[in-house]
Design a protein around this ligand. Structure first.
Ligand code: GEK
Length: 247
């Protein structure tokens, strides 16, 4: 698969570490980067596939918001057996969208997939049985997250689900430090050096702002979700399913 080169972006000292962006250089190494940096990434992708088998409804749409190279989209397309379902992957990075389209067209599947370059804050969401935000909300400005969750809730059909995966902040300073240390141990075990870990942390500081699990739950409840179930947590990475009630 193209884009499966080793992530060496922060292996040499940068005189000034710039803010992280999803550019062509990141696209080239993205699968390696994400699997060595996000604990449980493959489990989460597999489970998104399994959830789509359970929750995809005929004559509805499925949205993968911040789809990157389409891992969640492809897992869902492999799993879905229902007829007349359409998957829409959205990302605002030109480099990601271009490569994602190549990945999607490299595989066959009965469920149609459309990949669009757009900002998830402004797109319309309608008639959705599933919306996936797999590590994307953390890149949206904090003040704009509630509006996005409100829009997702409105766009879901009754009984539809949101799968929300996020890096989170621990509830107390002690808990947070422990989770960060354990995550850095995980990255070391996957071959990242101290320099790589430190420079990546600096690059993400201004662009990725995690919330606590409690903040997520409050926001989702305010949007209207009656049921929120965190089904995965490893260190400071979590994934939850929020269900829109039938009534
Ligand atoms: C996966 N879900 O592999 N509009 C559209 N896309 C955006 C926006 C926005 N406003 N902000 C960020 N993105 C994927 C992984 S990566 C997570 C998601 C990570 C996009 C951004 O371009 C990038 O492709 C993605 O969200 C976040 O399952 O790298 O930590």
């Amino acid at each position: 698969m193209q884009g499966s080169n080793t992530d060496l972006i922060y292996s040499n000292p940068h005189s000034q570490v710039k803010d992280f962006t999803f550019d062509a250089q990141v696209v080239e190494v993205f699968p390696d980067m994400v699997s060595r940096s996000v604990p449980g990434y493959n489990t989460i992708i597999d489970t998104i596939g399994r959830l789509s088998l359970r929750y995809a409804k005929p004559n509805t749409k499925i949205y993968d918001l911040g789809c990157s190279l389409g891992a969640a989209t492809l897992a869902m397309r492999r799993a879905i057996t229902e007829d007349h379902v359409e998957i829409i992957g959205v990302d605002n990075s030109d480099a990601m969208v271009e490569r994602c389209k190549m990945h999607v067209s490299a595989f066959k599947g009965k469920t149609p997939v459309t990949i669009v370059k757009d900002n998830i804050e402004i797109i319309e969401i309608e008639n959705a049985s599933i919306v996936v935000l797999n590590f994307t909300l953390q890149f949206i400005e904090k003040e704009k997250r509630q509006a996005l969750m409100d829009k997702v809730f409105r766009g879901l059909v009754p009984g539809g689900i949101l799968v929300l995966s996020e890096k989170i902040t621990g509830q107390s300073e002690t808990a947070n430090e422990l989770l960060i240390d354990l995550h850095h141990d995980f990255k070391r075990a996957n071959g990242y050096s101290e320099l790589e870990i430190a420079q990546k942390r600096t690059a993400l500081e201004n662009v990725m702002r995690p919330d606590t699990l409690a903040e997520h739950k409050t926001r989702l409840a305010q949007a209207g979700f009656g049921e929120v179930t965190p089904w995965f947590q490893c260190f400071n990475f979590t994934s939850m399913v929020a269900i829109k009630g039938e009534k």
